[in-house]
Write a protein of this length. Structure first.
Length: 256
């Protein structure tokens, strides 16, 4: 039998120590995936129904002005409650599917951040803390960008799509980084840095159109923006609770 060399012993040592680390990473990855899929799907269904009930009627109303069926700025007097086709199976079904997919993506990001925080603090995120995480996610993904780039009804004047997308992504990244620094550091200088990161995109400003035009009444635009943000807040709070619940459940299952 060939005697083991020092090199062979080092390889055996590394293999022995790397196996538990790889297994731990696999378990952590599956925990994030399973928790994210369940939390995101449920939150997406709830968000989809909330959007269908509160947001879609306003959207359908604004589309009447976009297509020219109704007019406003020529002095016409139109009812604020027109007859609308509220139930559209194809449109409603696709909207619900997209809502589930979007919130599943949100859940995966949120639970990954929760897992990172749990590893650093060696604590478990509770249901009540999950609400705070969810509201923070709403602030990052919806409220902060809406301060300078609010939700728009169809036909509203807007800048080119690509600059708005770039600004939106930059805003969400800077807001997430700033909020993380404020939440998890205790230095005053860190708080100032975090606040500055959140404010930077708004100081530069979002891309705006050259002229402001739009066929829909301003009341419809205001109602659409407020309801879209309201539904987003409720949906994210629910997502935070579900994410904390499933993450805790999967963590206990993995460690038992």
């Amino acid at each position: 039998m060939k005697p083991l060399t020092m090199f062979d012993m080092q390889l055996d040592f590394l293999a022995t120590n790397q196996a538990p680390q790889k297994r731990e990473k696999v378990i952590m990855f599956s925990r994030i995936m399973v928790s994210g899929l369940f939390a995101g799907a449920i939150a997406g269904i709830i968000a989809g129904f909330l959007q269908w009930y509160f947001v879609q009627p306003v959207l359908l109303h604004s589309e009447l002005y976009e297509t020219g069926i109704l007019t406003h700025f020529d002095g016409s007097n139109n009812s604020a409650h027109p007859d609308l086709e509220y139930i559209q199976p194809m449109r409603d079904g696709l909207s619900l599917i997209f809502s589930m997919l979007i919130y599943t993506g949100y859940a995966l990001i949120l639970i990954a951040a929760m897992t990172l925080r749990q590893q650093k603090s060696e604590t478990t995120i509770t249901f009540h803390q999950g609400i705070i995480w969810g509201v923070s996610g709403f602030f990052v993904m919806h409220l902060a960008p809406a301060i300078s780039l609010p939700p728009e009804v169809p036909g509203a004047a807007a800048a080119e799509l690509q600059p708005r997308q770039i600004w939106w992504f930059a805003t969400t990244l800077l807001t997430a980084g700033g909020l993380w620094i404020i939440a998890f550091t205790e230095k005053v200088s860190s708080f100032i840095i975090g606040a500055a990161l959140i404010l930077v995109p708004h100081i530069f400003g979002a891309p705006e159109p050259d002229i402001f035009t739009g066929p829909a009444p301003t009341e419809i635009g205001a109602l659409f923006a407020s309801r879209a943000l309201g539904v987003g807040l409720i949906s994210w709070a629910i997502l935070g609770v579900l994410s904390a619940f499933f993450l805790q459940k999967e963590t206990l299952r993995a460690t038992s």
